[in-house]
Design a protein around this ligand. Structure first.
Ligand code: UFG
Length: 323
């Protein structure tokens, strides 16, 4: 059985939807930011906390866990700067509790959600896994700390792991049954779509004076279903012993500016956005674009869904948002 911690969240719930096609799945989630309704009915659901060792022991005793996927983390850069304790507690200390229990039950396979925020403000135009990691906020630090812990545990205890560094996850499941629902919402694509639906008065573009073609920041948006598929491949590579300790970027290798994203949203929805240019948001690098060549070479994964598909799936979800 595969344990998915944080399986009621945005990315976790999409991975669970793919995973249940091939595996038995148990989801552990405290529903602090996740949604019970997002969890596929074919998975066992346990409401519990990653930081609570009793909850974890109960799950590992009750189910024959062979691998763990870990999505349960706080992930707002700005919040991490004002409340680093929350980030080090939930993202690092609780993960250590999970790893301790895995060790006790001799569960050796682990997939970890990491982030482009581990790179900070990179010099490279195309970021690969050898680009130096220099986080600039507690969120990025918390993820990189866990990456270090995994590397040490792998050498000392034989833990096998794959770290997946996501760039800008977006979109929704093709069925529109599950999608992205954060409160508060801070991400660009849902904010634009909410404005187009009349749920917000306007969209603030955080800075149009960056050193980019149109002056707005460039990001690498990746469809959540492409992300989910990468997790399945990584899990299978661990379970057959093909991989033991790897880090992969997950992006589509193309950058889109904030203006291009808004224009594509307008095109897909055939609506006009109400946009204002405001000051830069602190801590935003001008450009973050991934090379995902390594995972293509080693596991045969590539992003298959482009920005229009990301936005059209997200739009379907936003139009009939279920939770
Ligand atoms: N943006 C706006 N207006 C908004 C929201 C966002 O202009 O209302 C801009 C941002 O300034 C940025 C781009 O849109 O240039 C994308 O912003 P998001 O907040 O959607 O995503 P980020 O690139 O800030 O965040 C992502 C991940 C984080 C990760 C970070 C690494 O969501 O988990 O990349 O920098 F930490």
């Amino acid at each position: 059985m595969i344990l998915v911690v944080g399986g009621a969240g945005f990315i976790g719930s999409h991975v669970v939807k793919e995973l249940v096609e091939k595996h038995q799945v148990v989801v552990l989630d405290n529903l602090s930011t996740g949604h019970r309704d997002a969890v596929d009915g074919r998975a066992v659901f346990v409401e519990g906390d990653l930081g609570n060792i009793d909850d974890l022991v109960m799950v590992f005793r009750s189910y024959p866990i062979r691998a763990v996927m870990h999505f349960a983390a706080n992930s707002l850069v700005g919040e991490s700067v004002v409340d680093p304790l929350k980030y080090y507690q939930n993202n690092v200390a609780s993960t250590l509790t999970l790893l301790r229990v895995m060790n006790r039950f001799k569960v050796r396979n682990f997939i970890f959600s990491s982030t482009a925020a581990t790179y900070g403000i990179p010099d490279a135009d195309l970021i690969d896994e050898t680009t130096p990691t220099r986080p600039i906020n507690p969120y990025g630090h918390s993820k990189l700390m866990v990456e270090q812990i995994l590397s040490d545990f792998s050498k000392a205890y034989g833990l096998q792991y794959v770290v997946l560094r996501y760039f800008n996850a977006a979109g929704a499941h093709d069925s529109a049954l599950i999608g992205e629902s954060h409160d508060p919402e801070t991400h660009l694509i849902p904010i634009v779509l909410q404005q187009l639906l009349g749920k917000r008065e306007k969209i603030s573009v955080f800075g149009a004076d960056y050193n980019t073609e149109d002056g707005t920041c460039i990001r690498d948006y990746i469809h959540v279903t492409d992300l989910a598929n990468a997790h399945i491949l990584a899990l299978e590579a661990l379970m057959i012993g093909k991989k033991k300790a790897e880090v992969y970027n997950l992006g589509n290798g193309l950058g889109y500016s904030v203006k291009q994203v808004i224009e594509t949203c307008e095109k897909v929805t055939d609506l006009k956005a109400n946009v204002e240019i405001t000051d830069r948001r602190p801590g935003d690098p001008a450009r973050l674009v991934a090379s995902s060549q390594k995972i293509l070479n080693e596991l045969g994964w590539r992003a298959e869904r482009n920005l229009e598909k990301i936005i059209s799936d997200a739009w379907k979800w936003h139009c009939e948002q279920r939770y």
